[in-house]
Design a protein around this ligand. Structure first.
Ligand code: SF4
Length: 508
């Protein structure tokens, strides 16, 4: 996948064609343990965009994990994103081999996984994070497979999986012991599958189910220390007997072992890659963004969305209720003090520009706020000292760059606000009592909810705290609205918070 040496003859591939033979076989099933590295050539653009698309999914999974979402809740968030960024369609029943469009999806999935291995192999922490999130992705995708596809997947890797299904005769021989050891596990999985927490099944019905329908897997007990410790398996003569409802756990253990070894190997081969002058900058960029991807501002704020954003409306509750805490805090400081210091002005001016405040309306808003009442700033002083900077942010002065609003990681990378300053992220910068007051003002009053936010802040997970607050303050809209690809999105940009909040209001 990456350059072996720096010389390349135009029109010739870097690898011999014989290497490609049989590679497409790995795309026969839509799920993979990624045990065969890609060797085909892709463009640099594909290299970057495929990796970014997978990174978006992993970041969302990470965010769900940090907000203690269950696998089922995480699935609800991730499935629409998978459809958008990394779809994996099944083979059409009419054709024996997957068509080109399906192979293209699987190829993207395959390559993006290996590219992110290069990004995440560099430190122990990154490796742990990658493995954890890839495992969740694997579980979500495995649950999306048809039972037939699950069997095909297991058959494909049967030589790598140290287990075997026991025969019906063997099961009946030890049925009472199996029932005693595993009935509660089987019952829990039936409740989970039903999706109904009040689902009940009598002891006799459960016994019948295990006797007739449940399959059991036998494998060396040392392969499943966690299941042995939690007493959810039957132990006999050095073997553990596991209900097939726990099959996914077993697959995850195998996948985890495989990924751990592979990431170490990737790390060991990094020095070779560092000779590649094309990929290294891309990998460094991906590595720098491994916990957040820039929010795409393009096309978010069309004329219709921004039609009600003007110098007056931005101070009204109807618009301000969509602000994240950083914007509320900044605008509150501006309106009460009739002034903001440079960093705060930059942050709020660009946020307001991002929500659709035009330069003319911005000029009215800022000049009014700075010159009102007893601020001591005249219009003449405003024009002399502040007007140029505002026009500069809109790309109308100096180098005429159309500046974008900063995302959370940029805001958090700036020095904390000093005395009299209000920029930054309040989750990081406010003292605890002020933070709680702000949370109360946003409508977060439940002590359990507040404790969760404070815990996130204690772990320096400020964007997780902000995403959690978004969910607390939009509970009803989120419950009413249909799942869309943007609903589960982790907040990594103040304008994403605003945009999502308004979208939810419009759709509910
Ligand atoms: Fe603003 Fe981002 Fe902090 Fe939320 S996490 S308050 S959007 S800077």
């Amino acid at each position: 996948m990456f350059r072996q040496n720096k010389r390349r003859t135009a029109g010739r591939k870097n690898f011999e064609p014989s290497i490609f033979q049989g590679v497409t076989q790995i795309y026969n099933t839509r799920l993979s343990f990624y045990d065969i590295p890609p060797i085909d050539e892709i463009t640099l653009e594909e290299f970057e965009t495929w990796a970014i698309d997978r990174l978006k999914i992993l970041i969302e999974i990470e965010s769900c994990g940090l907000r203690s979402k269950s696998l089922r809740e995480t699935e609800q968030v991730i499935k629409p994103l998978l459809l958008k960024y990394l779809p994996l369609n099944p083979n059409p029943s009419s054709s024996a081999s997957p068509p080109a469009s399906v192979i293209a999806e699987r190829k993207k999935d395959h390559y993006s996984h290996f590219i992110l291995r290069l990004v995440f192999c560099r430190t122990e922490d990154l490796r742990r994070k990658f493995i954890k999130n890839e495992l969740v992705l694997f579980k979500i995708r495995y649950n999306m497979l048809q039972p037939k596809e699950q069997r095909e997947f297991i058959a494909q890797y049967s030589d790598k999986l140290p287990w075997q299904y026991i025969s019906q005769d063997e099961k009946l021989d030890i049925l009472d012991d199996l029932f005693a050891a595993t009935s509660s596990t089987v019952r829990n999985s039936l409740v989970f599958e039903s999706g109904d927490p009040s689902f009940t099944i009598s002891r006799d019905q459960l016994y019948q189910h295990i006797q007739k329908s449940e399959q059991f897997i036998k494998l060396p007990f040392e392969k499943v220390p966690n299941l042995v410790a939690s007493r959810s398996v039957l132990l006999r003569a050095g073997s553990a007997y596991i209900p097939s409802t726990l099959q996914l756990n077993l697959l995850s253990i195998e996948y985890q072992d495989l990924l751990t070894t592979s990431l170490i190997r990737t790390f060991q081969s990094m020095p070779r890659l560092e000779e590649d002058d094309r990929l290294l900058p891309l990998l460094n960029n991906l590595s720098a963004n491994s916990s957040s991807i820039e929010y795409d501002m393009s096309s978010k704020f069309d004329a219709e969305n921004a039609s009600d954003i003007n110098a007056v409306s931005v101070t009204t509750p109807a618009v301000m209720k969509h602000y994240p805490m950083c914007a509320t805090h900044l605008q509150g400081a501006l309106m009460s003090k009739s002034h903001l210091k440079y960093q705060g002005r930059q942050q709020l001016q660009l946020f307001l520009k991002g929500i659709g405040l035009s330069i003319d309306e911005a000029m009215k808003f800022w000049s009014y706020q700075f010159t009102k009442s007893n601020s001591g700033i005249t219009m003449e002083k405003f024009n002399k000292e502040y007007k140029y900077n505002l026009r500069h942010n809109y790309g109308l002065e100096g180098a005429r760059i159309n500046y974008k609003p900063p995302d959370c990681s940029r805001i958090l990378s700036k020095p904390k606000p000093g005395k009299g300053e209000s920029h930054g992220c309040p989750y990081r910068d406010l003292p605890l009592d002020s933070l709680i007051t702000n949370l109360n003002e946003m409508g977060v009053t439940d002590q359990v909810d507040i404790n969760m936010v404070v815990d996130d802040v204690g772990r320096n997970d400020y964007t997780v705290a902000c995403t959690r607050v978004f969910e607390f303050t939009h509970k009803q809209e989120l419950a009413k609205s249909k799942a869309t690809s943007s609903e589960g999105m982790h907040i990594n940009h103040p304008n994403l918070y605003f945009d999502r909040s308004r979208q939810l209001e419009k759709s509910s």
